[in-house]
Design a protein around this ligand. Structure first.
Ligand code: G4P
Length: 520
């Protein structure tokens, strides 16, 4: 098959949600459809402390490699599905954000009883910044939740994206009866077990026991309102990330999950052209190219090797091929590769656009590197710097270890494991991360790889705002608006909270405060 045909079959996506919205439950159902697991509960075992398929962390720890976010791939109805796990909970880190740069679309799960929650919002912003198409699954219909219209309004108001309900729920919680499938003009009846019974709209009258109740009639009227509004699903707007198709269902029941997955797979985009060195590189270009979005260090001292995760963007990748690393111009033969599958690690022989491969990294790669087959190199657009939220001052416990301390920090910063800032007044080292796990890993690696014990002193959650150099007057800043510099010597104010940010803004209306999330 040609690169073009292979690429058209690829669906590479991530699932974003707030903890407990149902990501594990939904992922597990997808893996069941893909025959990747045989029993429900395999993934959910995570909660009981057993091995979780979608969550490599525990097992990787045991094996000595830690904190890997997994890539799951399987075949489904002729499509090649790649699901990239976005670590959440306490594992939330910059890797979670970076994973989103390697996908072609995203499924956003919202807990229908809670609406939009903090972590969903953060991850959503990254998708929006990059114009990634987003498909929404509103979960937990089997429980009493928020009104469907209110949920749609919440998505539109809080996330600034239009919505298009693909189906409409009839009741919820104990009154839950099923969903109207608007695409196929049918009602799908919930029978209390996994069976989903479709009834064409025109045959509904044959089911008086179903339609002659208040809940059904109220939902029917709501759906007619939607139909009268006459909006069509605008796929262009979906592709641009301006409109999200919304599906209601229950991951646990499961109900509406397989129909959702089918629609999603058929509507979700195949790999699209990506910007590199000012031009668009089509995925069906003959030469292989890809970029590194994540580097995984081995936590085991005995195995210092690392794995670099490459998103294949164009052409056909074959194991053993020679590629050029654009940053150095050096040619590298890629002999050791891994394709990530949920249950085992297989060696990848061949990969196509949309696929993710793990390549052995003898310490030569960096996050953001582009690999190209042949000599005509180019560079895929830089991954954005993500604004950290947690900040800590770091020092070496033993001053005699200053040299290793500096070396360790520099290397880990380069690798993208943490972000480094320097205090403007006293040049102190300040580390920024988006989640606590990054600190744990940082501390562990400083000790194990560089033999340095460190002391971390929290300066709390902060709101970083980048400043224009010509506007910086050191006198204006204090503890609540700590002035630091990043690696490129840009000035940043770390505000203690919303209040100190507002206070500063009121006092200094002319100073521009740049939020990385808003400008990218
Ligand atoms: P996460 O990965 O997003 O954190 O969520 P996860 O799937 O683990 O689900 C969180 C909790 O919500 C679990 O309950 C799960 O069973 C429940 N849940 C997921 N989908 C649905 C749904 O459609 N309806 C209902 N009613 N519940 C749902 P738990 O009590 O934390 O775990 P467990 O003891 O059930 O395994």
């Amino acid at each position: 098959m040609s690169v073009k045909e292979e690429m058209q079959k690829r669906r590479t996506f991530a699932i974003i949600s707030h903890p407990d919205a149902g990501k594990t439950t939904l992922t597990e159902k997808f893996l069941l459809y893909g025959n990747l697991i045989r029993n429900a509960g395999t993934v959910k075992a995570k909660k009981s402390g057993k091995f979780a398929t979608s969550d490599w962390m525990e097992i990787e720890k045991k094996r000595g490699i830690s904190v890997t976010s997994s890539v799951m791939n399987f075949e489904y109805e002729g499509y090649q599905v790649n699901i990239l796990d976005t670590p959440g909970h306490e594992d939330f880190s910059e890797d979670t954000y970076r994973t989103l740069t390697a996908v072609d679309s995203v499924i956003m799960i919202i807990d229908g009883t809670k609406g939009i929650e903090a972590q969903t919002l953060k991850l959503f912003k990254v998708c929006k910044m990059r114009g990634i198409p987003i498909f929404t699954f509103i979960n937990k219909l089997d429980r009493e939740g928020k009104d469907p219209f209110d949920l749609l309004k919440e998505i539109e108001d809080e996330l600034g994206i239009q919505t298009y309900p693909m189906n409409w729920p009839v009741g919820m919680g104990k009154r839950f009866q099923g969903i109207f499938d608007r695409q196929n003009d049918q009602f799908i009846r919930f029978s209390g077990n996994e069976q989903e019974i479709p009834i064409p709209k025109e045959e509904l009258d044959n089911y008086p026991e179903l339609v002659e109740n208040e809940t059904f009639q109220a939902a029917y009227e709501e759906m007619e309102l939607l139909e009268e509004a006459g909006e069509q699903l605008d796929m262009d707007a979906v592709q641009q990330g301006e409109l999200t198709p919304v599906f209601f269902g229950s991951a646990l029941a499961p109900f509406g999950v397989e129909t959702f997955f089918e629609s999603f797979i058929s509507m979700a985009p195949q790999p699209f052209p990506r910007k590199a060195s000012g031009e668009l590189i089509p995925p069906d270009k003959e030469e292989f190219s890809g970029f590194i979005f994540k580097i995984q260090a081995n936590m085991n001292k005995a195995h210092r090797d690392r794995v670099a995760f490459v998103r294949v963007c164009s052409g056909k990748f074959e194991r053993g091929m020679n590629v050029t690393l654009d940053r150095t111009g050096k040619t590298i033969k890629i002999a050791q590769t891994q394709q990530f599958v949920a249950s085992s690690r297989e060696t990848a022989e061949i990969a196509y656009p949309g696929d993710i491969i793990g390549i052995y990294d003898p310490n030569v790669y960096r996050i953001g590197d582009t690999l190209v087959e042949g000599k005509n190199t180019f560079h895929y657009e830089e991954l954005p710097q993500f604004p950290p939220e947690l900040f800590k001052k770091v020092t070496a416990k033993n001053v005699m270890k200053a040299k290793q301390f500096k070396k360790g920090i520099e290397q880990l910063v380069q690798e993208g494991a943490i972000q480094l800032f320097r205090g403007v007044r006293n040049e102190e080292y300040i580390i920024g991360a988006v989640g606590q796990l990054q600190y744990d890993v940082f501390e562990y690696r400083m000790k194990n790889e560089y033999n340095v014990d460190i002391v971390l002193e929290s300066i709390g959650e902060r709101m970083p705002r980048w400043l224009k150099e010509e506007q910086v007057d050191q006198k204006l800043f204090d503890e609540r608006s700590m002035l630091v510099k990043d690696r490129e010597d840009n000035y940043i104010a770390l505000f203690k909270n919303e209040f100190s940010l507002r206070w500063f803004r009121d006092k200094n209306p002319d100073i521009e405060l740049i939020d990385l999330f808003e400008v990218n």
